[in-house]
Design a protein around this ligand. Structure first.
Ligand code: IMP
Length: 429
């Protein structure tokens, strides 16, 4: 049976939650493999709305949900999110939820550092979610992180804490902050440890068993390829790899495990935080799309920047992430526009470009070249087959497909799970 890896093919917030939820209901396990609680997935199931930041979306349907080793985990946030969902009637036990014992922890000192740096950076700030993601990954790569398995060894942590505190104390001094309160940190960890440890295990082993049993695994990416630390709009990116290949590394399975790569693509473009955005609209149309699309961050509540669909970017993200097919979301937000535009290329200092250049200054300087298509007056909202769509909406989808050189596997026409037009079932590919 095929596995499916879902990734965002723009700057995140493409509407992954709904697609993942829809696929999760048919998967045997759902795995998060990168990022942390900087992600924001909104699931609408019947009359209930669930907001997830860290937990895999499968948790809502009771599907085995796994936080892989590639995730950075804030234990206090984990507890709060579990309790919030339990309050909404979701059951979360070690039977249906597991956390890799090798996950690096996000600590209060990481949150502090994230905030201190962003405040100090002024205009040059990244616009992070302020959740300590970057500093936690830095400590992981710097080999001084506290990991989930350390929670069972808190009395033997001196050497690791020496290294961690030496690093952070120096940084904190530069911001006029007192040294790390080691005792308070250990006390906090001691208090939260039993909660986390009940779910901790070698998830690579559990996943290998799941695979051996022939079960279907859904890998749930967070953020989007343009926020990838290698392939994104560096330095305005997150601190993990968001491309599909990370599903293998971040869960402890080989590269063959990723299966069908489904790229989630919004019918227009949004981004939160700072950084280049070639097709950004700062006019009435942008305002209208933002309002109709409810473009406010799930995690931070920040207003998202909005722009026309950029086929150059999506062609590139599909290529670097090996996308098999895309799910096109929020097409209904374009309903009622007289004309719609698609960016098909860039001009950079008199040259034509068919890709996004690597340097931030060039990314900022590119001028989008647009193709204009006729809009549609009818509604696409809630459509469940191509026949329900206005002819110009179909033309738009076909043009997107051509330009990004990747097939459209499904189209989502509202936040409701069932309002989906399916061309090709990723699990059956
Ligand atoms: P960080 O991941 O908090 O370090 O933030 C780095 C950049 O990634 C900022 O521009 C954030 O707005 C962006 N970002 C992080 N998570 C998400 C997400 O789930 N959706 C959209 N943008 C995100």
């Amino acid at each position: 049976m095929a596995n499916v890896t879902v990734i965002g093919a723009q700057w995140g917030d493409e509407g992954k939650g709904k697609i993942v939820d829809w696929l999760a209901s048919r998967a045997d396990a759902v795995v998060r493999f990168q990022g942390g609680h900087n992600a924001g997935h909104t699931l609408v199931v019947g009359d209930k709305t669930y907001k997830l930041s860290l937990l895999p979306s499968g948790i809502v349907t009771g599907t085995l949900s796994i936080v892989g080793n590639g995730v950075v985990l804030d234990p206090w946030h984990l507890k709060a999110e579990v309790e919030k969902l339990e309050g909404q009637g979701v059951t979360i036990t070690p039977d249906n939820f597991a956390i890799a014992d090798t996950c690096a922890l996000i600590l209060p000192i990481h949150r502090d550092l994230d905030a201190l740096r962003e405040t100090a950076a002024g205009k040059g700030k990244i616009g992070t979610t302020g959740r300590g993601i970057g500093p936690a990954y830095e400590d992981k790569v710097g080999r001084r992180a506290i990991r989930v398995c350390d929670l069972a060894h808190l009395d033997d942590l001196d050497a690791q804490l020496d290294r961690l505190c030496a690093h952070h104390d120096a940084l904190r001094a530069g911001f006029d902050q007192p040294p790390v309160n080691r005792r308070a940190l250990l006390d906090e960890l001691r208090e939260i440890a039993p909660f986390v440890l009940q779910f901790a295990q070698p998830v690579w082993k559990r996943l290998h068993q799941v695979r051996k049993d022939g079960a279907k695994i859904l890998f749930e990416g967070a953020q989007g390829v343009l926020l990838d630390i290698d392939h994104g709009t560096y330095p305005f990116v997150t601190s993990s790899n968001t491309v599909s290949g990370t599903a293998a590394v971040g869960s402890g399975l080989g590269p063959g495990a990723t299966g069908y790569v489904l790229g989630i693509v919004k019918a227009y473009t949004t981004r939160v935080g700072s950084g280049p955005f070639p097709t950004e609209l700062e006019d009435e149309i942008g305002q209208r799309l933002g309002e109709r699309g409810h473009e406010f961050g799930t995690v931070t509540g920040r207003k998202r920047r909005v722009g026309w669909f950029d086929a150059v970017l999506v062609r590139q993200t599909c290529a670097v992430s090996g996308v098999t097919g895309i799910a096109l979301t929020k097409i209904d937000v374009l309903d009622g526009l007289e004309e719609v535009r698609i960016c098909t290329g860039y001009r950079l200092r008199g040259r034509d470009l068919d890709y996004l250049p690597a340097h931030s200054a060039d990314q900022q300087a590119v001028e989008p070249v647009y193709e204009t298509l006729e809009g549609w007056s009818g509604s696409t909202a809630g459509a469940r087959s191509f026949a329900d769509l206005p002819a110009n909406a179909v033309k738009y989808i076909q043009r997107v497909q051509e330009l990004i050189e990747t097939p459209v596997a499904l189209v989502s026409t509202s936040p409701e799970r069932e309002d989906t037009i399916l061309m090709r079932d990723p699990f059956m590919d």
